[in-house]
Design a protein around this ligand. Structure first.
Ligand SMILES: [Zn+2]
Length: 449
């Protein structure tokens, strides 16, 4: 007998492969098989009648700063530009400790699960104390969530012309030694991994040129992924020309990052020529629609980037800039932005879903196992719930209906075959206790403002 069978569902297996009124079987943490209506369903210990709902691969989040939910919608920063917002919040984040990071990661994952996300990376670049990424891995492991920890770093404080205070930056030797330690402790390169580690200097204006180079070498040595923010803001062009004598993308190439190991957050301001070069090099980009709109700094032209062969995934970004973290909402945001920019024929719901699944999986170097529901894929699956009121009249195209109506949230979210959301509710034993402690931690941190 198999573990689980989801029946009576419309199943989006992968780009171009959809089943109407069929079933999907999960076993041993993997997708076992799928069938059409009328094809015999296998016996399974758990049977979920989807009642005609849409089933998709779990959505994948390729850019987040989970600790920022401790300062969500923080009044003194809400109307700032990116740089004003950062300088207001850095002194608060300097108070982060292991408890606060554990709690913020736990809450972030709970929120992601409700929005149909089954794998997330997290760019943790503020290190006022050691051990913060270990605390994150404890939280994701306690929950059973698939996680790619990004060992972020900053070397330039206000003392060296940077934005952050000295307490949250580190010297290069500390960063490199901790990166190697984290890879040894937590990076599982094997199939079905629940935790992987990537290396992720924060941005080209917060770290030195040498740490960019040595981080890329270290990633090569240990075969892990590379992540950073790139071309998020026009200010970056001026900064780069002044400090490095070239444009951000040229600098990115010069420090050895332009390869298939890298994915970059935002990537709004690449030129047409630079887009082609990075696409040819195999670099992936992450679009963060809500964050881009709320900070009003421009957004990646995702469909044009895809058109020149660049892989594009999606991210919700940190909860201080984009205060909600629903990948459904980001997928819808990507659809709206694509059509707003290029017209109604420029982008479909399937394009957006492809970005949130295959595109994001490829950005993380993980598309052999996640981002689709072909047999053998990780059993990371979402059964979507949209109110029957919102769906009334939506009869012809379940994927378009899923993204155009709504809001949708997860009715079931399976990670590695385990339902972490069931019947629309989170199945996390410690959630209430964690929320209470998160409130205390957030209050203490915000008292520093
Ligand atoms: Zn970010």
């Amino acid at each position: 007998m198999l573990d689980t069978v989801i029946t009576n569902a419309t199943i989006y297996i992968d780009r171009g492969v959809e089943i109407e009124g069929g079933w999907l079987a999960l076993d041993g943490g993997r997708v076992h098989s799928a069938g059409r209506a009328g094809e015999p369903e296998p016996d399974a210990a758990r049977r979920v009648d989807a009642g005609g709902r849409l089933v998709t691969p779990g959505l994948i989040n390729t850019h987040h700063h989970m600790y920022q939910n401790l300062t969500r919608a923080y009044g003194p920063a809400v109307n700032g530009t990116l740089f004003q917002w950062l300088t207001t919040l850095y002194p608060l984040w300097a108070r982060l400790d292991e408890e606060a990071v554990y709690l913020s990661t736990y809450v972030a994952v709970a929120e992601l699960l409700l929005g149909g996300c089954t794998t997330s990376s997290d760019h943790m670049y503020v290190h006022p104390r050691p051990g913060l990424i270990d605390a994150q891995v404890r939280a994701t492991t306690d929950i059973g969530f698939r996680f790619m920890a990004n060992r972020g770093s900053m070397t330039r404080s206000v003392d060296d012309g940077g934005l952050p205070p000295r307490e949250v930056v580190q010297d290069e030797d500390t960063i490199l030694a901790d990166s190697e330690r984290l890879i040894a402790a937590h990076h599982d390169p094997g199939p079905g991994a629940m935790t992987r580690v990537a290396l992720a200097p924060c941005s080209l204006f917060s770290v030195s040129e040498s740490i960019m180079r040595t981080t890329a070498e270290l990633a090569e040595k240990h075969d892990v992924r590379l992540h950073t923010h790139l071309a998020e803001d026009r200010d970056e062009d001026d900064y780069c020309l002044e400090v490095y004598g070239c444009r951000p993308v040229e600098y990115f190439e010069r420090v050895g990052w332009a390869g298939p190991r890298s994915w970059v957050a935002h990537y709004v301001y690449g030129s047409a020529e630079e887009n082609k070069r990075l696409a040819a090099a195999g670099v992936s980009a992450t679009q963060c629609p809500s964050s881009n709109m709320i900070l009003a700094g421009g957004t990646a032209d995702a469909m044009t980037l895809r058109g020149v062969g660049m892989n594009v995934g999606l991210g919700c970004d940190g909860s201080s800039s984009s205060d909600a973290a629903s990948l459904w909402m980001e997928t819808r945001g990507a659809l709206l932005l694509g059509r707003f920019r290029h017209g109604p024929q420029a982008m479909t719901a399937r394009d957006a879903l492809d970005m949130a699944t295959r595109g994001s999986a490829r950005a993380l170097g993980w598309d052999d196992e996640i981002g689709h529901l072909r047999p053998g894929a990780c059993a990371d699956v979402v059964v979507w719930d949209t109110s029957p009121v919102a769906l009334a009249g939506a009869l012809t195209d379940p994927v378009e209906a899923w993204l155009r109506t709504g809001p949708s949230r997860a009715w079931y979210t399976f990670v590695a075959g385990t339902p972490l959301v069931a019947d629309g509710e989170l199945r996390l034993r410690d959630l209430e206790d964690v929320l209470r402690r998160h409130r205390s931690a957030a209050t203490a941190i915000q008292a520093a403002g």
